[in-house]
Design a binder for this molecule. Structure first.
Ligand SMILES: [Zn+2]
Length: 108
């Protein structure tokens, strides 16, 4: 049996920081529930010591602000392990959400 999303009585208070895009945030204080959080990722390319180009993919727990529609990353240490596990399982079943195209910090 896999009941993953029902009856999870957990929320976290987060401010809209728009730290995914670096856009102007509205700073609204939001009560974010587990169903509001999803994974998004950023791809970064960098050169290692020998000059080879390496690609790093970093995942972030993310929510979208209902006021300004900007996305904010939640610090991993602010999320309980059990909540992170559920988010990972749900995301795996849904398939990873693609990052919105056209954001300026992403180099693919
Ligand atoms: Zn906002």
């Amino acid at each position: 049996m896999n009941l993953l999303e029902e009856n999870i009585d957990w929320t976290i208070k987060c401010s809209c920081l728009a730290n995914k895009s670096g856009e102007q945030a509205c700073n609204a204080l939001l009560e974010v529930g587990i169903e509001d959080i999803y994974l998004s990722y950023r791809v970064r390319t960098r050169k290692d010591k020998s000059g080879k180009v390496k690609t790093d993919i970093k995942f972030y727990y993310t929510f979208m602000c209902p006021c300004c529609k900007e996305e904010t990353f939640i610090k991993e240490e602010d999320l309980p392990l059990s909540i992170k596990k559920i988010i990972l399982i749900v995301e795996k079943e849904k398939g990873r959400r693609k990052i919105a195209s056209g954001k300026k910090h992403i180099n693919c």
